[in-house]
Design a protein around this ligand. Sequence first.
Ligand SMILES: *[C@@H]1O[C@H](CO)[C@@H](O)[C@H](O)[C@H]1NC(C)=O
Length: 189
Amino acid sequence: MTTLQLLGVLLLTAASAKGQSYHLGRCPESTVQEDFNAAKYMGTWYEIEKLPAWFQTGRCAQATYSLLSDGTVSVRNENILSDGTVASIQGTARVIDPSQPANLGVSFFKGVPDAPYMVVSTDYQSYALVYSCSDYFGLFYIDFAWILARSRALTDDIINQLHDKLTAIGVDVNRLKVSNQTACDGYSQ
Ligand SMILES: *[C@@H]1O[C@H](CO)[C@@H](O)[C@H](O)[C@H]1NC(C)=O
């Protein structure tokens, strides 16, 4: 077994142990937001629903994006842990191919390959739907999804529309987990 295969097995084991989102086969095709405008996407987004991700567990989860002068994006993810402390992680996002501006890569650790970050749909001022999918050896894939909003809640109407978009990609929306955005007072920026 090569190191890469071993890593795959470990990832798969970690994923299944956490009830994560791995599937046999290859990542599904997804449409992305047309004419994506990164500048309009910057600022704070609150996490409304997600496909379970083991690196985001607390409540009041939010992400803040800022455009840097070199064209990359600084990413700050924060949430409140069960003991009340604020956890945050800083990363960098960048457009990999300028002809596909809605397809970003995000990295939180130096030396670790970028994770895909695909803006499927956004109106920039109320909601955003993000999908991330990685293929492993052409055998299986692990995917993540986030429904984000400019405030800590979204209308059922918009949530249903975004669920429909995820269903169209092939994501089982029953796997989505509602993020806890209560008791965030005094923490909100
Ligand atoms: C959300 O978090 C608050 C504060 O910890 C807690 O009181 C509440 O029960 C949580 N809600 C859900 C649905 O888990």
